[in-house]
Design a protein around this ligand. Structure first.
Ligand code: UT7
Length: 329
């Protein structure tokens, strides 16, 4: 019998800028406290890129590390798929900028806009390309310079976000390992729960609306929270079920790091031990599309993931859009 070709992650990489912003730094700019931030979000610090560091600069570092682990050259890459809501430019895509900086002459490069679910959306596209035989070596990236779209006068949002990049190299494999199932879903009717109202064709950018902060991220936190818990749980269970597995088969859950209370609720609903859920929100905050690949790379490099392990990745973000992937490592 012919062996099934699956898309397998053969290398991971990540990058976080060195500059740390701790909770006490926010006490000086908005009415907040370390106690509130830690107890309501689990965040202790986040990384902030310098002004002259762009989204693509961070991505290049993460992609280089992933390529080295995968033992791939830049010429090997057929496709580069980048999830970001903080592109270097409106046009061209950040993927094309990364392609030019790294020199990937044989690749098609494009962005996908799925906010915090951007990496998993890219992974799901890469899986389809590989299973259909369209491309062989694909780099999937999640990268954000969220500090560039954060309103540092709004205590509801500014304490949450950080900058980072994560990447994975995906290639065909017939050994039985690889991506067993993926799931993506969106609800455009809920788009105003997490959005940037100004800067597109609906509400073009102007000096006035820049002054009132509507060109920055806005979020109805508690509404998003409820949908996030519900849909992340449903998404995680769906990929386990679609792969013909059960909850007890999960070795590690790598969730989007938006809020420790969301992660704790997900852990409880999934009925897995907290030792099976990867958490690094305390160090980086919410890095949107970079969150899952950053956590995946840390888990991979620290030996938390062993060959044959079933790893569930799950994310949720502005769109609203959410999704999941189940990988046999
Ligand atoms: O990554 C994409 C998806 N994003 C998410 O999943 C985020 C989901 N939402 C959340 O994580 C939480 O809703 C937040 C962390 C954003 C907020 O936590 P919350 O427990 O839902 O608080 P809340 O929005 O209901 O606000 C409770 C109170 C309010 O004060 P009043 O109106 O009760 O007097 C807020 O003004 O907490 C206040 N508050 C703060 N207080 C001190 C909000 N932000 C702060 C702050 N410091 N930074």
């Amino acid at each position: 019998m012919e062996k099934k070709i699956r898309a397998r992650i053969i290398g991971t990489g990540s990058y976080t800028p060195p500059r740390r912003m701790i909770n006490a730094d926010f006490e000086k700019i908005v009415d907040t406290s370390d106690e509130w931030i830690v107890s309501r979000t689990g965040i202790r610090e986040r990384r902030i890129a310098d002004d002259d560091m762009t989204t693509s600069d961070m991505a290049v570092q993460a992609v280089q590390r992933a390529l080295e682990m995968a033992r791939c050259t830049h010429e090997d890459i057929d496709a580069l798929i980048v999830g970001t809501v903080t592109p270097d430019y409106k046009v061209p895509s950040t993927a094309c900028v990364i392609q030019e900086k790294m020199g990937m002459p044989n690749a098609v490069a494009f962005d996908n806009l799925a906010a915090c679910a951007g990496f998993l959306n890219g992974l799901s596209i890469a899986r389809s390309f590989i299973e259909c035989g369209v491309y062989r070596k694909i780099v999937v990236v999640g990268v954000e310079k969220l500090s560039s779209i954060t309103n540092y006068k709004d205590r509801n949002t500014c304490v949450l976000f950080g900058d980072a990049a994560g990447a994975a190299v995906v290639a065909p494999d017939d050994s039985g390992a690889g991506i067993l199932s993926t799931f993506m879903k969106s609800a455009g009717s809920l788009r105003e729960l997490l959005w940037i109202p100004v800067g597109g064709t609906r509400n073009p950018y102007s000096r006035e609306n820049a002054l009132n902060g509507s060109d920055k991220l806005r979020m109805s936190g508690s509404d998003v929270f409820k949908v996030a818990v519900r849909e992340m749980c449903t998404s995680a269970l769906k990929v386990v079920d679609d792969a013909g597995l059960e909850r007890k088969d999960i070795a590690l859950v790598v969730p989007h790091q938006a809020n420790i209370r969301i992660i704790d609720a997900l852990t409880k609903r999934l009925g897995v031990g907290s030792d099976k859920v990867y958490v690094n929100i305390d160090m980086y905050g919410n890095t949107s599309s970079a969150s899952v690949p950053l956590a995946l790379d840390e888990a991979n490099r620290s030996g938390r993931i062993k060959p044959g392990d079933h790893v569930v990745m799950v994310a949720f973000g502005g769109g609203l859009i959410w999704g999941s992937a189940l990988v046999r490592w």
